[in-house]
Structure formats: C-alpha cells, structure tokens
Design a protein around this ligand. Structure first.
Ligand code: ZN
Ligand code: ZN
Length: 177
C-alpha cells in the first residue's frame, strides 16, 4: 500500500488500517505474517518535505523454532517512530545533514510512503535473535531426529563425538606407556 503524502489534508493525520497477511506476499524468508495486521499511526509534516511517523502495529508472526524446527507463532506489538525524507539520488544530490534528534530516518519515493515496506522493517526488528517455540523446547534427538517435545524416542544418550573418541584413545595409549 502506497500512501500519497501530498494528499495529507492537515499538518497531522491519523490512520487506522488493517492489512491481510496476503498483503505481505511474497513473504519474507525468515518469518511469515500469520494474522491480520492492525496498524494505527500518526503522520505529521515537518518542514518542507519531511514527515514524522509514529505508529503501532499488532499481529502474529510465524517462525521456525531454531531447536525443533517446528513452526510456531508469536504475538508482535511493534511501536515505532520514524522520520521520512525523500529518497535522493546519492550520485547527484549532496548528502543530507544528520538531524539533531535520534529518530531513524527512512525514505519515501515519488511522493509516496510504502506502508507495507515500513511494516516489514518493523517486524524484522521485532524478531528474536534465536527463535524458540518455548524456552523449554527440547529440540530434536541427535540420534534419530525425533522431536523430543512430542515423543520420547528412547535413544540412549550414548552418542559421542568421534573426535572425542579419538582423543580418548590417545589418552588410553598414553597410560599404557
Ligand atoms: Zn522448538
Ligand atoms: Zn532418538
């Protein structure tokens, strides 16, 4: 969805929008938007061509667990505040001055703000470093690959790193000498 910035009526405008997961197709590789996205945001014009955007987006995001590899969904409630400035051609335009506040700067193109792109970035920022279906996830059995959260495969924890076995052999031969 592209928001035409020159159609803003006042100096400040409020938006409420709901987006379907399909609005995010093709979806990102790292995660999937798994529920409608409720967006609420305020846009305020600052100076001649900059806009300050303050918003909140609520949805559910589906990811793959890093331990058991199952898909799981987690709630996301992302609040953000950004400054939008027109995208400039880096080769012809002089560099912009860094603004005095510490808002993240984003860019709009041809007079319109790409709301879906903005949401994608916010969701990316909300993703955990290590996605886990639960802190207590038991992961997969190193021997048979069974998901230990749902089954007790009965494999004995006797698996040993072959490199370690070599090392043990060396230690044993040391003793014999
Ligand atoms: Zn898991
Ligand atoms: Zn097993």
């Amino acid at each position: 969805m592209l928001l035409e910035l020159n159609q803003l009526r006042g100096a400040r405008e409020h938006f409420e929008r709901r987006f379907a997961p399909a609005d995010f197709d093709p979806q990102d590789e790292d995660y999937r938007v798994a529920a409608p996205v409720e967006l609420s945001m305020d846009i305020e014009k600052v100076g001649t061509d900059a806009f300050r955007v303050k918003g909140r987006a609520v949805t559910q995001i589906e990811q793959q667990c890093g331990r058991c590899l199952e898909l799981f969904s987690m709630p996301v409630d992302a609040s953000f505040e950004l400054r939008y400035v027109p995208a400039v051609d880096a080769e012809t335009e002089p560099e912009r001055e860094i603004a005095e506040d510490d808002l993240t700067t984003a860019f709009y193109r041809e007079g319109s703000l790409d709301v879906i792109e903005m949401l994608r970035e916010q969701f990316q920022l909300a993703l955990p470093m290590k996605p886990l279906c639960s802190q207590a996830c038991r992961g997969l059995c190193a021997q048979c690959g069974a998901n230990l959260n749902s089954t007790d495969c009965g494999c004995r924890p006797s698996w040993e790193d072959p490199r370690l076995a070599v090392l043990k052999g060396l230690l044993n031969s040391d003793k014999e000498n």
